[in-house]
Design a protein around this ligand. Structure first.
Ligand code: GLV
Length: 334
């Protein structure tokens, strides 16, 4: 029997890559830079499976170009805002993602950014390199305390809760917003509040929402105006949740103390971005889940979703289970 044709928009990590290569006729995009949309449209023609990354825009045009044989889209990320999921659902195509395995790594990195921004780690390191470090003095590079401070988590899903568990070890008070009512976590003293309350009371605001129509531009000039002048903003969710022009104003005018972003608009952030002129802004290149084990696990889950979809089986992690009929078989597999 012929092996199914698949396109991988980038190399995934081993052993997942070998797993895919052995079961499929796989076309793997060889470059570090993702395929352009045009190239993507060319390469997906006639494939049964598509394994993509968050850098690839998988819209209805891509699904159309692949043709009616497309049985599965496997996104190697937990966020699926790069995939037009409703368009996939209309075609009966299941879309897979990689939840869970990146929770702890992302929460670790959120904390790393929060501490780096609050305690001026990057600004201090820059001073050491440039000779700006003259002596020890009492008011040199002062920053915010964690013990007793209030952490405001915008979004209290898997990653938000993992950040809360870390914060609780630091003696922080935790408040959060979440669209699901009473989304509490046993053993954590976390209190659900309205967004306005969170912005006014939090010393640290950390974003853990998916990118949706409701969360796009959520952190805008109005939101920054409500925050404390000593507050620190951390974003490890998706760039468009923050209005970057408004953030620039808030940081440049010291409306808020500092920010640390792992995600930006666009990605990569151009080196002439005004945000990069600010001492109180740290930007990381979207690496919150970039630990060895996490990326291996993400690759494995993405491969498993792909292979299950090709066999017409229920994806182990599917974001649009509505494509399955009562028998767990997707319409695309018929
Ligand atoms: C990373 O940002 C992911 O969504 O997995």
């Amino acid at each position: 029997m012929n092996k199914p044709k698949v396109f991988l928009t980038r190399r995934i990590l081993e052993p997942a890559l070998t797993m895919v290569m052995e079961s499929c006729q796989a076309d793997v995009w060889p470059d570090e830079i993702p395929p352009s949309h045009e190239k993507l449209l060319e390469r997906v023609r006639g494939v049964a499976g598509l394994l993509c990354l968050l850098t690839d825009r998988i819209d209805a045009e891509v699904m159309q170009a692949a043709g009616t044989g497309l049985k599965v889209i496997s996104n190697c990320a937990v966020g699926v805002d790069n995939v037009d999921v409703p368009a996939a659902s209309r075609r009966g195509i299941p879309v897979g993602n990689t939840p869970g395995v990146l929770t702890e790594a992302t929460a670790d990195f959120t904390f790393a950014l929060m501490m780096a921004a609050a305690r001026q780690v990057v600004a201090g390191e820059r001073q050491v390199r440039s000779g700006g470090w003259k002596t020890w003095s009492l008011d040199y590079l002062l920053g915010a305390d964690f013990a007793g401070a209030t952490l405001g988590l915008v979004g209290f899903g898997r990653i938000g809760r993992a950040v809360a568990r870390r914060a609780s070890g630091f003696g922080m008070r935790i408040i959060f917003t979440d669209p699901s009512p009473a989304a509490s976590e046993p053993g954590l003293n976390a209190v659900q509040v309205e967004l306005d309350t969170l912005l006014r009371e939090a010393d640290f605001v950390s974003l853990h929402t998916p990118l949706t129509a409701e969360t796009r531009g959520l952190m805008n000039a109005d939101a920054f105006a409500k925050m404390k002048p000593t507050a620190v903003l951390v974003n490890t969710s998706r760039g468009p949740v923050v209005d970057q022009a408004a953030l620039y104003e808030a940081l440049a005018s010291k409306r808020i103390f500092a920010a640390a972003l792992d995600v930006t608009v666009p990605e990569p952030l151009p080196t002439d971005s005004p945000l990069l002129t600010l001492e109180n802004c740290i930007i990381a290149p979207h690496i919150a889940s970039a630990s060895w084990q996490t990326r291996r696990e993400m690759s494995r889950m993405a491969a498993e979703n792909l292979l299950a979809g090709l066999k017409g089986e229920h994806l182990p992690n599917c974001v649009n289970p509505e494509v399955y009929d009562g028998h767990g078989v997707s319409r695309a597999a018929h």
